[in-house]
Ligand binder design. Structure first.
Ligand code: RIB
Length: 343
């Protein structure tokens, strides 16, 4: 069994034409007579020839491929952002190839290596941790980089982000304005920059309210299951330690916490406990109790990231730009007004 990929020469020999003719059929079909074009196309189909774009693009000195590495493709926030980036890149004649780091630095490093070997046009990345040195090396080898969902305070790279500290403040301010005072923050640890920023905003809001308290509940991950486990711990801690308002670092966690509060704790949302998430993914509005959350311009973030990257690639964008969008409070049933005791 011949495992060698079918080459352009194999197609030329099979169709009894020159290699250049096959190349023209692939890249400039209008230059080839219809009968010859049909013969070459038939040979491509019969032999199962697949063009090697990476090699072709290397010979042409350029690739129209953009690498995108997100933190968690299982999170609708990132899949929506990736879709928007893909759609806009396609409008501009480029293709986005997606990698998912799963919040794992080793996986992230492997994807960066592969994208560099594939000579991508540029890289969009939502970093797991601090990648400055690795990304500067990439940049020094003429691979433009734009940070996604992370502001680059050093201004070494362009970036697209949301003011997550303001978002965390908005979320907890809303709970406090609704009369909640025992606030719990559920997140997967401050090692995730987005979580740390939202936590800082929550602290600032509680710091403005003398009779409010803030408790941190550590989740294993930024997922529904981790939210459900964290929610179970909250409801099983007993009434003395029960919060009356919970801010979750993203909507997936909030959906999991809601399951635990309603199904295991037998509590009512928002009467017994108000709940607010972050991201405004599609499932937020359709949750059992429609979830209040903090909305971010996800699709616009994806488009803007591609715009910044292509600007660097086409040399139309010389200076680095830090595009920071503002978060928006979305109020739904999960933080509606609590029903006070009838007197
Ligand atoms: O992955 C962690 C969180 O950071 C996601 O839910 C999303 O909000 C991103 O910003």
């Amino acid at each position: 069994m011949n495992s060698r990929p079918v080459s352009i020469k194999d197609v030329a020999d099979h169709a009894q034409v020159a290699v250049g003719t096959v190349s023209n059929v692939l890249n400039h079909p209008s230059r080839v007579a219809e009968r010859t074009r049909a013969r070459v196309t038939a040979a491509i189909a019969e032999l199962g020839f697949v063009r090697n774009d990476a090699a072709r693009q290397l010979r042409a000195g350029q690739s129209r491929t953009i690498g995108l590495i997100v933190l968690d493709i299982g999170n609708p926030f990132f899949s929506s952002l990736a879709r928007a980036a893909e759609d806009y890149a396609a409008e501009r004649g480029s293709t986005v190839v997606l990698g998912d780091s799963g919040h794992d630095a080793g996986r992230e490093a492997r994807y960066i290596d592969v994208f560099e070997q594939q000579r991508v046009q540029g890289l969009l990345i939502s970093p797991v941790g601090d990648l400055t040195a690795r990304l500067e090396a990439l940049h020094s080898r003429a691979v433009p980089v734009v940070l996604v969902d992370r502001k680059d305070d050093l201004k070494l790279f362009s970036s697209v982000s949301v003011d997550d500290e303001a978002g965390g403040y908005l979320a907890v301010r809303h709970l406090l304005d609704g009369g909640r005072r025992r606030i719990a923050f559920v997140g997967a640890g401050a090692s995730i920059q987005q979580v740390a920023d939202r936590m800082a905003g929550a602290r600032r809001a509680v710091g403005e309210c003398p009779d409010a308290t803030l408790e941190f509940v550590l989740a294993e991950a930024m997922t529904v299951l981790a939210g459900r486990a964290a929610g179970e711990r909250v409801v099983q801690a007993g009434p003395a330690r029960m919060p009356d308002g919970i801010f979750c670092a993203n909507d997936l966690l909030a959906i999991g916490v809601m399951q635990a509060v309603l199904l295991i704790g037998g509590l009512k949302v928002p009467e017994d406990l108000a709940l607010i998430g972050y991201d405004d993914i599609d499932f937020a509005e359709s949750a059992v109790v429609p979830l209040s959350t903090i909305r971010r311009p996800t699709e616009l973030m994806g488009r803007t990231a591609v715009e910044l990257l292509l600007g660097e690639i086409d040399d139309t964008q010389s200076e680095r730009r830090q595009v920071v969008f503002q978060p928006e409070l979305v109020v739904r049933g999960s933080t509606g007004s609590r029903i006070t005791a009838q007197i």
